[in-house]
Ligand binder design. Structure first.
Ligand SMILES: [Fe+2]
Length: 255
């Protein structure tokens, strides 16, 4: 499995607090069958792409020393901000520095009005935005078809493994299922922040994913799709479809 959303770089953001924790996260992931991890620190915490890449190289050396058989790939989690529109394409963090796919989150409370513009600008720079864990955004819980709108403008969707496991509550879990069964999700990742709470629980979510979308698609979500995103040749295999709320009928009892 390939986990493309983690906060594993030590001492950078609210993820791994030190090297020991980063190594523990790596060991836990390797034991669960993860072969590749993208380090995606919050980009406002470390706003220099060259520094992220350097830190990833350092951690990879530590992994080798500690005999942790996991490949690390540089990335970052951008926060939706108008300033992104003015950034040079080379300064925008993309997976593996490939210049093709970036991870971007929105504020949890509210999707900014300028979001469409920023996403459009990223596409115009040749970068496909991957929207981080939209199932956690209140507006998407209210209307999962917002994700369909982003997909139709050429963005991709990353879901958190914790969401499908119910770690963020039942309505987010329900939204995850809706999005998965509507083909609105292209990859699932842990968004792991540590070695205890919010750990790299992608393997834990695999069977839950199998139950919702079947084994073949579950494999695509945790392996084939993340791999092709890293390789820069991702193609949509299944078309997303609109979610139609099931109508509930209430029968009043006849007197
Ligand atoms: Fe994150």
């Amino acid at each position: 499995m390939i986990d493309l959303h983690t906060h594993i770089l030590p001492g950078i953001d609210d993820g791994a607090v030190d090297l020991d924790m980063a190594l523990a996260m790596g060991r836990f992931a390797a034991a669960g069958g993860i072969t590749t991890i993208a380090a995606t620190p919050h980009f406002y915490e470390i706003p220099k792409w060259s520094l992220v890449k350097q830190k990833v190289e350092e951690l990879q050396r530590e992994f080798t020393k500690a005999q942790i058989a996991v490949d690390l790939v540089p990335g970052a989690e951008l926060l939706m901000d108008m300033g992104i529109m003015d950034m040079e394409a080379q300064g925008i963090p993309t997976y593996g520095d490939g210049g093709k796919f970036c991870l971007i989150e929105f504020p949890l409370q509210q999707i900014p009005l300028y979001a469409e513009q920023v996403l459009f600008k990223l596409k115009a720079k040749g970068i496909t935005p991957i929207i981080a864990h939209p199932e956690r955004y209140g507006a998407v819980v209210e209307d999962p078809n917002l994700a369909l709108g982003w997909l139709r403008t050429g963005c991709l969707i990353q879901m958190n493994s914790g969401s499908i496991l119910g770690r963020f509550g039942s309505s987010i879990k329900e939204t995850s299922k809706i999005m998965l069964t509507s083909n609105m999700v292209q990859m699932v990742a842990s968004d792991g922040h540590g070695s205890e709470r919010r750990r790299l629980n992608l393997p834990d979510a695999f069977e839950a994913l199998v139950e919702v979308v079947g084994r073949a698609m579950a494999r695509d979500l945790v392996e084939a799709n993340p791999r092709s995103i890293l390789d820069g040749d991702f193609q949509l295999k299944v078309e997303p479809v609109e979610y139609r709320k099931k109508r509930r009928f209430f029968f009043s009892r006849l007197a």
